[in-house]
Ligand binder design. Sequence first.
Ligand SMILES: [Zn+2]
Length: 458
Amino acid sequence: MARHDLAIRGGTVVNAWGRQVADVLVDGERISGIVDPGSGVPATRVIDADGLMILPGLVDTHCHHRDPGFTHKEDATTATRAAAAGGVTTTFAMPNVSPPPKDAATLASMIEHYREAAVVDWNINAAATDPDQIATLAGMGIAGFKIYMVADTGRDYPHMPGLGVHDHGRLLEIFTLVERTGLPVMVHVHDQSIMDVIEQDYWSRGERDYRAYARAYAEHDGIVWEVALAVVLRIQQSTGARLHVLHMQTAGMVDQIRAAKAQGRDVTSEINPWAVFLGNDWDTVERLGSYALSFWVPPKHEGSLWDGMRDGTIDLVATDHAPHLAAEKEPGWEDGWAAHTGTPSLEFYGPLLLDATRSGRITLEDVVRLTSTRPAEIFGLSRKGRIEAGRDADLVLVDPERSWVISNDHVLSKCGWTPYAGRRVVGGIDATLLRGRMVYEHGEVVGMPGRGRMATPG
Ligand SMILES: [Zn+2]
C-alpha cells in the first residue's frame, strides 16, 4: 500500500449532503481519498480525530480586512490569523479600503501585498465603480465584484470613499458590463433617498442615540433594503448579470429572492451572523448599544431568515466582519450615526452556527453548505467547499461537545473585542488545516504570513 503524507483517522466527515465516520487521506495539498475507518492505510503523519467532526474549511466571501488605509482596525495578516482560528481557510476582502481596488493598478498592488501578508487563502472583491475598468479587473483572478448601493459622500465615513453607486442608470451600465465577465456582482442594497427621509424624521424629533439608529434602519419593515432590492432585481432581469445580494435581514427580502429563484433567475443571497445571533435581540442592543449594531433585525423576521437558510433561498453565511475599534463604537450611546456601523465576528461565526445545530434550527450539513459548499460554488472555487478526493485539504477539526464561553481574550482581530463575549457555546474549533498543513492548533495560529494563496475561480 502506498504511503500517504497524512491520514486523519476516525473523525466524522461532514459534507453538505451527509456525514460518515472515515479516514481522510492527504497527499501534498490535496485530499487523496476518504476511506473506511481502521483501514490502516500507512501515512507519514497521523492525526487522531476520534470523537471529532471534520468540516471543509469555511469560505468567507465577505470580510472587511481594511488593508490598506484603515490598518489601525485590521490588516491582511491580523484578519487572516483570525480567520485561521475561526476555521476560515478562504477569506475575501471587501474593497472599502484606501485606495480602493476599483482600477487595475490598485488591485495589482493589493494582490502583491496579500501574497506576502496572508496566512490563509484569499481573494479581493473589486469595486465595480468604474465601467472602463470592469473587464480588466475581471481578468486579474478576482471571483466577484462589489457594489455599495449608497450615495457617495466622498468621505471615509459613513460610506467608503469613491465606492457608492446609487444612480439607477449607472447600475444598469455596470450590470451590463459585469454580465460579460461571467462573475457575480455582490450588492449592498440600500435606498438612500428613502433613508434620508427616515433620518430627517428621527433627527427632527431629537432622536439620535443608538436606539434611534437601530429603529431608523428597520423602519417600515426594512423599506430601505427592500426598495433597493426590487430595483437591482429588475436590473438583473434585464441584464442577466449574476446578482449576489448581501445582508439579508427581512422577511420581505427573503420573499423577493425566493420569487426570483422560482423564475430561474441567476440570483443568490447572503446572510451575516449579526442578523440571527446579535442584532435580532433588542435586549442585546440595549446592553451593547452600537457595539451590537450592524443593524437591528426585529424578531418578526427571524423565522423567515432561518427558513431561508434551511431551504436555500439564502445561499450562504458570510461574516461581514467589521473590526471597528471600541473608540469608534463608543460615541454611539449618544449619537448612533457617529458610531461606525458593523460588528466583528470572524473567529466566532463558525462556533455560533455549530451551537445553533443543537436547537435544531439548522443541521450540521446545513452549516457546511452555508459556510463552505455554496460560497465555493457561487464564486467558482472548484477546489474548495467539499471533503472529497481532488479538493484542497482545507479541513476544520471540530470538537462538537466542547462547551466554552466566548471572551475578548479569544479575539485575534486587531479590534480586540467581540460583541459575542460572555456567550456560552457548545462546539469548538480544535484545528484548521490549509492545503494539508496546520495553520491553527492547540489554541495557536501556527500558519505564517505568505502561506495563503489567491483562491481564483476555475
Ligand atoms: Zn460588509
